[in-house]
Design a protein around this ligand. Structure first.
Ligand SMILES: [Zn+2]
Length: 806
């Protein structure tokens, strides 16, 4: 989400303790194969007859589970995980390939070993994690740190637990009617709200609250998930209540299984009923893996102890359940068990920095004629911001060919956009080679730029925790703690202040606003990533863009900032109708958004708005990339919130590609709407750069680029268009925009002003003067580049020094 809301919520994040556990069998390392455990675990399929107190048996050679003792350590320092203890469990849950595992590296990487081989020590061992300080700038926010804990019960026989994916409480794959509870406090705290990472509204007490909360405060309360089919349950992830006003967490809980939701069987730890450790803070997801997995249809989470707060503490939780669905011979509805797949053969998994680079390289090698990889700069820790360019003539701007960009991963933990862009580049390459006419046309007529990861530092942080344990905020920010979507120069205020102060309307400008002076200094708190993107925006004459986020399902369009700092207020641009069209183009073709039966992700029902909304009407975001792009350059940009879950499990990626493929293509094709043309000197036929293109009744101009070509995105209709440039007489004409998928050509030939006047100008300044606005804009950008360069050099020198010492 692009929101200010999260920022507020973050201030309430509490940092819990850090315990990492190592576990082990008597005979050293065991390789855990997810299929191997299938035949050996007990099934609850016939559990109807099973006595609830019966001890489950496993067909395994017993090995020791680990003991957890947990001295409460609270820390607000940023630390790195020391070693890979505990990582194994967490990594495995995120379901990544062993091969992928080995490859991971990068400046922020930790040492780790393959997920397939879970190393287990001989004796029960307790390892306390040592918080380690890294020298770096103080962070703006404190991050939630996921913890991995095992049952708090004494060590007993365990089985090898296969690693199963989440059922989808977070992703909404599990529907509201699959969730039940013993009781609930009120509708907004019903069982359907007991989903991992669900976000409450600003106020408690509405219908969108931040957890399931039981009505009563006793040990008989439960939250039940109906998996709808036989499932091997392997674990639970628990989180406290999301609320600004209340603090509710469950400390310990039990788990029960059933096939009919009548007869329940406890989750055991040897001969005792297992008690699992829940949460110490409200935000950090805590994973508990069962010592013995169970096959059943229903699972209950049954809180035992919770934060009491005198007598006021409620039993509240958010959860995810891990489980592998089993083939059911009795199921006649085969479609119900069909795994989510895509017809496209793409690399569906999460790619860390190194893997991403590799994949981009492979696309480039497969389609060298239409692709090119370049970097626009570096992140704080020195990771490159790679862009894949796709065009029939990569590397150069072609006269009349519009430039398009997708930017993903500005918030590093909102990872779906990154994977979708990696899918998209593979897809375009494959389809182009296959001769798919739609793709061939797109590639020939458009220069496409894909930036999959604007915040690679943040991504690496979230990636390490994995899709379920990274919580809601870890990895959102830059390494320095900067939220990049608040980090662009606030040109809205510049514009609105000028409108208030200036009585002569003809003196007001409405486009190409220069960056404010104070923004260009080295001291300005502007992330290297933000600086890199601003540079990029200047280098390439982009016409259209989208900024891919996650954590909601909606398309937002500028302005993102409200005029009077209202928390939310509809704040349209002069291109409101076209922005609404653009947003609709994406939202109406996205298969999840456009589903009329979908439930809201968190606390706002965007279906009511047809899944599009003015950014400022959702929440006020000053310094957003969308607003900057519109006010500083020719480029129109919207934000796409791609999924309720910021970090979907890898198994959901094929489905997400299917949900978004058409939208991603349709949206790119919108770059060909409206009018385009070339502004030329009538005598010499030379293109005129920086000519102003004005459309009557739209108070936002755009400019021609270096060769005199321009693009003006417009909805169908008839427009009076005027082109003007310094030293030339303006020229007007009427241009008709049709409903077709191609733009109307509207060229201009401008006549030079009389030589006499030109002579005077030349005599005074030597050159035809550019207008002041343009000069100021260029000057400020040059300053920004100089300070960026100085910063980067300093940083590189410091890094080299550090490397020398080591
Ligand atoms: Zn976001």
């Amino acid at each position: 989400m692009a929101g200010v809301l999260h920022f507020i919520l973050l201030l309430f994040l509490h940092c819990g303790s850090f315990i990492l556990i190592s576990a082990g069998p008597e005979d050293g390392t065991t390789t855990v194969d997810s299929d191997a455990a299938f035949t050996t675990t007990e099934s609850l399929f016939s559990a109807g007859r099973t006595n609830a107190s019966e001890v489950p048996t496993t067909g395994f050679t017993a090995s020791y589970s680990k003991l957890t003792t947990k001295p409460p350590t609270t820390t607000t320092t940023t630390e790195r995980l020391t070693g890979d203890t505990g990582k194994t469990a967490e990594r495995a849950v995120s379901g990544k390939d062993a091969e992928e595992e080995k490859e991971q590296e990068g400046p922020l990487e930790l040492e780790r070993r393959s997920t397939r081989s879970i190393k287990v020590a001989k004796k029960p061992k307790t390892i306390q994690k040592k918080p380690k300080l890294i020298t770096k700038k103080p962070k703006v926010v404190t991050k939630a740190k996921p913890q991995v804990k095992k049952s708090a019960s004494p060590p007993v026989a365990t089985e090898k637990v296969p690693q199963c994916p989440p059922l989808g409480l977070e992703s909404l794959k599990v529907k509201d009617n699959q969730l039940r509870a013993s009781s609930f406090k009120r509708k907004g705290l019903g069982p359907h709200r007991g989903r991992l990472n669900i976000q409450s509204g600003i106020e408690d007490g509405d219908i969108y609250d931040g957890a399931w909360c039981a009505q009563y405060r006793d040990k008989k309360q439960w939250l039940e998930v109906d998996a709808r089919q036989l499932t091997r349950f392997t674990g639970v992830i628990l989180q406290g209540r999301n609320s600004i006003w209340s603090w509710d967490v469950v400390h310990t809980y039990k788990v029960q299984f059933s096939n009919d939701s009548l007869v329940w069987k406890p989750c055991m730890n040897g001969t005792e009923e297992a008690v699992f450790e829940g949460n110490q803070d409200a935000e950090t997801p805590v994973l508990a893996l069962f010592n013995t997995s169970a096959v059943a249809r229903y699972i209950r989470i049954n809180p035992q102890t919770w934060y009491q707060n005198g007598t006021d503490g409620d039993i509240c939780l958010r959860a995810e359940v891990l489980g592998c669905t089993l083939p059911d011979p009795n199921n006649i509805y085969a479609w119900q068990t069909q795994p989510a797949e895509s017809r496209d053969k793409l690399d569906f998994r999460h790619h860390n920095y190194k893997e991403m680079k590799k994949l981009m390289k492979s696309v480039n090698e497969a389609c060298p004629d239409i692709t090119r990889i370049y970097s626009i700069g570096k992140s704080y820790t020195g990771l490159k911001l790679y862009v894949m360019e796709i065009s029939d003539n990569p590397g150069k701007h072609e006269l009349g060919e519009p430039e398009f960009r997708y930017v993903a991963g500005m918030h590093g933990n909102e990872v779906l956009g990154r994977e979708l862009l990696l899918n998209l580049m593979q897809y375009i390459c494959q389809e182009y080679k296959r001769g798919d006419q739609r793709i061939v046309h797109l590639v020939k007529e458009t220069r496409i730029h894909l930036l999959p990861s604007m915040n690679p530092d943040g991504y690496e942080m979230a990636f390490k925790k994995g899709s379920e344990l990274s919580g809601w905020a870890l990895g959102r920010y830059s390494y320095e703690g900067i939220d990049m979507n608040h980090n662009f120069a606030d040109l809205n205020s510049v514009m609105w202040t000028a409108i208030e102060l200036e009585t002569d309307r003809s003196k007001l400008i409405n486009h190409y606003f220069p960056i404010p002076e104070q923004y260009t200094s080295e001291e300005a708190f502007v992330a290297s990533e933000t600086r890199a993107v601003i540079n990029w925006m200047q280098d390439i004459p982009f016409v259209l863009s989208a900024n891919l986020h996650g954590g909601e399902l909606v398309v937002t369009y500028p302005y993102d900032m409200t005029r009077d700092w209202a928390p939310r207020e509809h704040t349209p641009t002069s291109d409101e109708s076209f922005f609404r069209w653009l947003s609709t183009a994406y939202a109406s073709t996205n298969q999840v958004m456009s589903n009329p039966d979908r439930r809201p992700c968190h606390n706002k029902d965007f279906l009511r708005y047809n899944n599009i909304i003015n950014g400022a009407d959702w929440h006020n975001v000053p310094g957003s990339m969308n607003d900057f792009s519109y006010l500083h350059t020719n480029c129109f940009e919207v934000t796409v919130e791609l999924s309720c879950d910021k970090f979907p499990h890898a198994s959901e990626l094929p489905m997400e590609w299917e949900n978004n493929r058409e939208s991603l293509l349709i949206y790119m094709e919108q770059v060909h709407r409206g009018i385009k043309g070339v502004v030329r000197d009538k005598d010499t036929e030379a293109g005129i750069a920086d000519a102003i293109i004005k459309v009557d009744d739209i108070d936002h101009h755009i400019r021609s680029v270096a060769d005199g070509d321009y693009w003006r995105l417009l909805n169908p209709g008839e427009y009076r268009v005027t082109a003007s440039a310094e030293g030339y007489y303006p020229s007007s004409r009427t241009c008709q925009v049709m409903y077709d998928h191609y733009p109307t050509i509207c060229d201009f030939r401008l006549t030079k002003m009389p030589k006499q006047r030109l002579k005077e100008i030349l005599a005074k300044g030597g050159k035809i003067p550019k207008d002041l606005q343009l000069r100021l804009r260029q000057l400020r950008l040059r300053k920004l580049r100089v300070t960026t360069k100085a910063m980067n050099q300093r940083r590189a020198a410091a890094a080299a020094k550090r490397a020398k010492r080591v």
